[in-house]
Design a protein around this ligand. Structure first.
Ligand SMILES: *[C@@H]1O[C@H](CO)[C@@H](O)[C@H](O)[C@H]1NC(C)=O
Ligand SMILES: *[C@@H]1O[C@H](CO)[C@@H](O)[C@H](O)[C@H]1NC(C)=O
Ligand SMILES: *[C@@H]1O[C@H](CO)[C@@H](O)[C@H](O)[C@H]1NC(C)=O
Ligand SMILES: *[C@@H]1O[C@H](CO)[C@@H](O)[C@H](O)[C@H]1NC(C)=O
Ligand SMILES: *[C@@H]1O[C@H](CO)[C@@H](O)[C@H](O)[C@H]1NC(C)=O
Ligand SMILES: *[C@@H]1O[C@H](CO)[C@@H](O)[C@H](O)[C@H]1NC(C)=O
Ligand SMILES: *[C@@H]1O[C@H](CO)[C@@H](O)[C@H](O)[C@H]1NC(C)=O
Ligand SMILES: *[C@@H]1O[C@H](CO)[C@@H](O)[C@H](O)[C@H]1NC(C)=O
Length: 708
């Protein structure tokens, strides 16, 4: 280490004269190494010294961050009452009306670790560190200790006191178990340990200082030096989906002469402009089709804009100012917004005119990288401080934003190309750059507008599903749906990455931005759509089936009061209709599960002699066992037919509600041209539910007589 330090000092001296900026970079790297060495020496002395183990800085950095989050988890465990104490408090509620428990937090420590550590973890993520449980645990710890607990505070607590050192947060005693459910992830601590972690204030200050310094350095040092090819190739999704996905090709539009003419005109004008302004050379070969030509020009323009964004973020003023969300939109995100709104239409058009490969990887990956949701990305990485403590108004540090987005773009380029993007002379020359960037923007806008006008004129509904919000399932994974538990619950389902369980929502925030790869996005989406959402639909079918089984097993045979079996035949019509609607707007469809298909067939085939064992045999046994008893309790009574009818109806309404909530999300995440309500009409959807009335034969017979 000493040797390395000397080496760096010499380097600084050497370059100081000729290139002050580079010297600054190296000196920041030197600071980074120094802080880590100091921290490491202080806290890992008992094991091995930094030098003896020949640790490289990055490993020591990982160890240090792991230690900091480990200690941080212990600290939180010490702040919350222990489980026994909580039980006591709950018991005492009967005699003592006060149901608040005061949590006293070290303000400096808690706020700074949470706000500043994610960028440091990202730095490890793109480096050559082995991708194992240790690394992913860092993200998980941050999510639980910072996001989950923070959210708990917002929902169930009030900030009651605050001074320079301490925040007091008063939480509802009855709600505290919510936190326990989450922090069960960490090892419990004893009373003495709890005391120790409360008293550990000097360590806490040191750790806070370290994280704050490193947060600043993360915007000063060159991340590309740590980029590593193995990490770039790493696949975070290794599961096998349990259901197959059928990709559909909608073919919503066919080319017309006019459309092609219009494209040709814009493309010609664009390539002439490129030549005239001496922009980066554009390789024009002979294209098989107009859509092929458009695709190639769009890839070119996006690649040039990608370089321009990276350059712009690098060279703009990097102040430490705090920006609020509006200023951030204005100062940092506007060039992205100007572009990203126009691209999805073009992606859809090109996708529908594909020649061989299902999805154009270059184009889609480029789009995911440039047009990812920067706001969600930044929320976790760069909030510099809260407007007021634990308030929801965040301020963001400008420098961090610029650097975080720039590195994200560079990393995603590196993953695609395994080279570091070099800014060329076409971008560094500001005059050329400005003119050319305008041309790129204009071309994308023109093509997009042409397509939109074309779709609009055709008059039928077109769903542009090629948006980032849809491909990433943003709304499903980030918003709260209080009125539908099934939809709301999706984001809490878990997926394994190196033996660390992440919720879908965590994957959205922490990993999608650094994995701008359409293959990965679609895989993730398929798992959620087919293994989880579609499975919820199946559950409604099983409930329907169980109640039929309950009915037949428990009815007392009575010729007069039998349900007319043939009337049950179409009782699952709601499922077929709503499942169709469920996938109507999507380019993919999940294969229907075998057991569900068999149940549908068995119900359709029910005859008077009522052989319902085929239905029962196809209900998954765990579901059957879980629900049979409860369903029986509800249905089995004197008025069995009434209860049976109303049970089926309620189940049907719940299923329809689920589908319509989901369809709302789809329509909010995509862009819909010529929206038509015809296919999404709720009243129409509910009709099959209202029809679920299985009257006894006698009544049917009497009705018929009346009509005659
Ligand atoms: C009721 O409980 C609160 C905290 O749980 C405590 O501060 C207060 O002193 C208790 N009041 C009585 C009358 O015991
Ligand atoms: C905190 O850091 C200082 C110097 O950086 C060191 O001397 C001290 O021992 C550290 N204290 C603890 C408790 O880690
Ligand atoms: C200094 O570091 C920044 C950010 O890491 C980088 O963009 C820039 O090119 C570096 N400058 C020199 C002269 O190396
Ligand atoms: C990855 O990079 C390392 C070091 O730069 C190199 O030795 C190795 O061959 C690369 N791996 C592949 C598969 O290219
Ligand atoms: C950068 O900062 C300087 C001085 O702080 C200011 O004059 C200039 O206008 C700023 N440039 C941009 C692009 O914000
Ligand atoms: C995208 O991800 C898939 C699946 O992990 C992988 O096979 C492919 O190489 C990746 N492509 C890029 C450009 O990273
Ligand atoms: C990938 O890198 C090669 C070599 O550096 C370069 O020629 C090529 O244009 C790059 N590809 C993209 C998509 O930028
Ligand atoms: C019902 O059908 C199954 C197979 O489909 C058969 O094994 C069973 O004997 C039948 N039961 C009655 C009561 O018909």
């Amino acid at each position: 280490m000493i040797f390395r330090t000397l080496l760096i000092s010499v380097q600084i001296l050497l370059v100081l004269n000729e290139n002050p900026e580079r010297a600054l970079n190296i000196s920041k790297l030197f600071d980074h190494e120094k802080y880590i060495e100091n921290f490491y020496d202080l806290y890992f002395k008992s094991k091995h010294s930094y030098e003896v183990r020949d640790y490289c800085t990055i490993t020591a950095f990982e160890d240090s961050l792991s230690l900091i989050l480990y200690q941080f988890s212990k600290y939180y465990l010490s702040v919350f009452p222990s489980e026994t104490k909580l039980n006591d408090l709950c018991k005492r509620l009967e005699t003592n009306q006060s149901n608040v428990y005061d949590l006293r937090l070290r303000k400096d420590y808690v706020v700074n670790i949470c706000l500043h550590i994610v960028r440091c973890i990202d730095y490890l993520y793109v480096s050559g560190l082995h991708r194992n449980k240790k690394l992913f645990n860092l993200y998980k710890s941050h999510s639980l200790l910072c996001r989950t607990i923070q959210q708990f505070f917002t929902e169930h607590c009030k900030q009651s006191k605050v001074n320079d050192d301490e925040i007091t947060i008063s939480c509802n005693v009855e709600k505290l178990h919510i936190v326990f459910r989450e922090i069960i992830y960490f090892e419990k601590i004893t009373e003495e340990e709890s005391f120790k972690y409360q008293k550990n204030t000097v360590y806490q200050s040191n750790a806070t200082e370290f994280v704050k310094l490193e947060f600043e350095l993360m915007s000063d040092i060159d991340w590309t030096e740590t980029f590593f090819n193995d990490s770039a190739r790493y696949n975070i999704f290794k599961q096998t989906p349990s259901q197959n996905v059928v990709r559909l090709n909608h073919q919503t539009l066919c080319d017309t002469m006019n459309l092609r003419k219009s494209f040709k005109k814009h493309s010609l004008k664009y390539s002439k402009g490129i030549e005239k302004n001496k922009c980066a050379p554009l390789l024009l070969t002979k294209f098989r089709s107009t859509s092929d030509e458009v695709k190639n020009l769009i890839i070119y323009s996006l690649q040039r804009l990608e370089e321009y964004f990276i350059f712009m973020l690098q060279s703009s003023n990097k102040t430490m100012y705090q920006l609020n969300k509006d200023q951030m939109d204005q100062n940092v995100l506007s060039p992205f917004k100007k572009l990203c709104g126009d691209v999805p239409e073009i992606l859809l058009y090109i996708h529908e005119h594909k020649t061989n490969d299902p999805i154009d990887l270059t184009l889609f990956n480029l789009f995911l990288s440039l047009c990812g949701n920067n706001m969600d990305f930044i929320d976790l990485r760069c909030p510099a401080k809260y407007g007021s403590e634990f308030d929801s108004i965040l301020l963001y540090q400008e420098k961090c934003i610029m650097e975080a987005i720039r590195v994200k773009l560079l990393w995603n380029f590196y993953v695609r190309n395994e080279t570091i993007l070099e800014i060329d002379e076409f971008t560094t020359n500001s005059e050329i750059n400005t003119q050319c960037s305008d041309l790129h923007y204009k071309y994308i806008k023109d093509i997009s507008t042409t397509i939109t006008e074309f779709y609009t004129k055709k008059g039928n509904e077109v769903i542009i599903w090629t948006t980032y919000d849809w491909l990433s399932l943003k709304y499903l994974l980030t918003e709260v749906y209080e009125d539908n538990i099934d939809i709301n619950g999706i984001k809490f389902n878990k997926m394994d990455i190196e033996n660390v369980q992440f919720t879908f929502s965590e994957i959205y925030y922490y990993f999608l931005p650094l994995n701008a790869n359409i293959t990965k996005f679609l895989f993730f989406q398929n798992i959620i759509l087919c293994n989880y959402l579609d499975e919820i639909m199946n559950m409604y079918v099983y409930r329907h089936a169980i109640s039929i089984v309950v009915y037949f097993e428990n009815r007392v045979y009575d010729k007069e009061n039998e349900i007319k079996l043939s009337s049950l035949k179409n009782s699952l019509m709601w499922y077929e209709k709503s499942r169709y609607k469920f996938f109507l707007s999507l380019p993919a469809k999940c294969e229907t599960k075998d057991s569900v298909l068999k149940i549908i067939t068995a119900i359709k085939k029910l005859k008077d002699d009522s052989n319902f064992s085929e239905i029962r045999n196809n209900i998954p046994s765990t579901t059957y066992e879980e629900q049979y008893g409860a369903t029986k309790t509800i249905i089995n009574s004197k008025n069995m037919i009434d209860f049976f009818n109303s049970y089926l109806k309620r189940n049907c309404f719940a299923a329809i509600d689920f589908v319509s909530k989901f369809v709302d999300i789809v329509r909010k995440s995509t862009k819909v041209i010529n929206p038509s309500n015809k296919d999404y009409d709720l009243i129409n959807d509910e009709k099959p539910c209202h029809d679920l009335n299985f009257l006894p034969k006698t009544i049917l017979w009497r009705d018929r007589n009346k009509q005659n």
